[in-house]
Design a protein around this ligand. Structure first.
Ligand code: NAD
Ligand code: USQ
Length: 411
């Protein structure tokens, strides 16, 4: 095979579901930059949720068509965009798959905030309906299309829960040994038992079963990426022009812990540690997240392989340690607030991520230079912060208290 033929074979037709979001947008740009033919489907529900919560991205994200026109102007490449709801418009999704005939579908299109999913019955039901139907519709449409499509899904480390019996969390499958009636011992591998900590995380656990079933019954080739908390804002491509800037969520529902701490320190708001901050979580920088997805696209499972599961994280940190690190960097004050969530006060977390490392991932670690970079994003846009939106007010149970710090300027 000549080099041109090999190159054209490695260029894929990719549909990105949820390509307007925090992870989906930089991934779409990166894959387009690499020469893949990218089409985004997104119903802009995340932007509508911003309207519902009256909260905005810290960074001034542009309307979708401004983003796409800017990308065309800068890179010369076209990304097509279709605005529809994959959870509710099955026929449109099927039609799009049959027309586009993609090699790969990357599925980001779910409601992804644990606090938002716990706000009320309405939010719980929306999250379950949206996420379960979105995932099931994609799987169903792939089978109905009869095309051999590789599905790459963004899952979460949270499906495992965050407690281990001292072992490193394996990549999806757990080795077990069972004793038969006759005393013989039999070794097996099972999906690691799920232990979700919110309605959102529960939908991701359910996704795993849908994948297991469609893989077994219809041989759908699936990669499920169990991703940790993504931090940072921009990537090589989103940095090319202000109009390509990625979103930065900081509000009490959508802001994730490390980016919230960076924003809080940048604007002089107390760093809100929930409880003692003994919670240990897995993290990955947005640039590494994008690279991992590229690696997953380049390394699909073969036909008849079981669901391929990667742990998409690069390091683990205790929440209190992150707060102290950022406080040291910025002189920010730390506030230990009551935890609005129902979760273990403390946990150890060790995770295997050998698969991505073996495929060439060179992790960006949480060093001071990078933290500085994010702080600069936070500082640059600090005038856009609405202080009222910072506290985490979504409660897991009626007994919990909102995580509101005592604050001279805010009280
Ligand atoms: P996001 O909310 O920024 O992006 C999701 C996108 O999907 C949004 O643009 C939204 O409009 C779209 N969408 C949602 N439902 C849809 C539907 N029914 N039809 C069409 N479009 C729909 O979230 P994100 O942070 O980019 O996360 C993307 C995925 O990665 C999620 O599935 C999430 O569970 C997973 N993940 C995220 C993180 C993180 O820290 N952000 C960590 C681990 C895993
Ligand atoms: N926390 C604080 N202070 C804050 C915000 C959060 O102490 O101001 C604590 C939380 O109580 C929790 C931890 O930080 O113990 C992580 O919270 P988070 O909001 O950063 O992360 P989480 O709710 O788990 O969800 C995020 C993404 C989700 C993804 C998940 C990966 O929103 O889409 O699936 O990270 S993981 O955590 O590995 O399950």
């Amino acid at each position: 095979m000549g080099l041109d033929q090999a190159n054209s074979k490695s260029k894929k037709k990719i549909i990105v579901l949820g390509g307007d979001g925090f992870c989906g947008w930089p991934t779409s740009l990166h894959l387009s930059q690499k020469g893949h033919d990218v089409t985004i489907i997104d119903n802009l529900s995340r932007r509508n949720i911003d309207n519902e919560l009256e909260a905005e991205s810290l960074t001034p994200i542009q309307p979708m068509h401004t983003r796409l026109n800017a990308w065309k102007e800068i890179s010369g490449k076209t990304i097509n965009f279709y605005n529809f709801d994959i959870a509710n418009e099955y026929d449109r999704l099927l039609d799009m798959i049959q027309t586009e005939m993609p090699d790969v579908i990357i599925h980001f299109a779910e409601q992804r905030a644990a606090p938002y999913s716990m706000k009320s019955s309405k939010h719980k039901r929306y999250t379950v309906n949206n996420n379960m139907n979105a995932t099931h519709n994609v799987l169903c449409a792939i089978v109905e299309s009869t095309l051999d499509i590789h599905l790459v899904h963004l899952g979460t480390m949270g499906v495992y829960g965050y407690g281990t019996a001292g072992l490193k969390i394996p990549e999806g499958y757990l080795d077990i040994e069972v004793k038969k009636e006759d005393g013989e011992r039999v070794e097996q591998q099972i999906l690691y038992p799920t232990n979700p900590g919110s309605i959102y995380h529960m939908t991701k656990s359910q996704d795993q079963l849908l994948f297991q079933y469609y893989n077994k019954n219809d041989n759908v080739r699936i990669t499920d990426l169990h991703q940790g908390i993504v931090w940072g804002t921009n990537t090589k491509e989103t940095n090319l022009d202000d109009r390509l800037i990625n979103r930065f969520d900081y509000d009490g529902d959508y802001g994730t812990v490390l980016n919230r701490f960076l924003m809080q320190a940048a604007v002089g708001y107390p760093i809100t540690v929930h409880g003692t901050g003994g919670q240990t979580r897995a993290f990955i920088h947005i640039q590494d997240s994008v690279r991992c997805i590229e690696l997953a696209v380049e390394n699909p499972p073969a036909n008849n392989d079981r669901v391929l599961i990667f742990n998409q994280m690069t390091e683990t940190h205790r929440v209190a340690d992150l707060a102290k690190l950022i406080s040291k960097l910025t002189d920010g004050e730390i506030a230990y607030v009551s935890n609005p969530r129902k979760e273990a006060k403390e946990n150890e977390l060790q995770v295997r991520n050998d698969l991505f490392l073996s495929k060439g991932l060179q992790p960006i670690t949480l060093n001071e230079g990078l933290l500085q970079e994010v702080t600069e994003v936070a500082k640059r846009y600090k005038d856009r912060v609405d202080y009222q939106k910072i506290p985490a007010t979504s409660l897991w149970t009626k007994d919990q208290q909102p995580g509101i710090p005592k604050w001279d300027k805010g009280d």
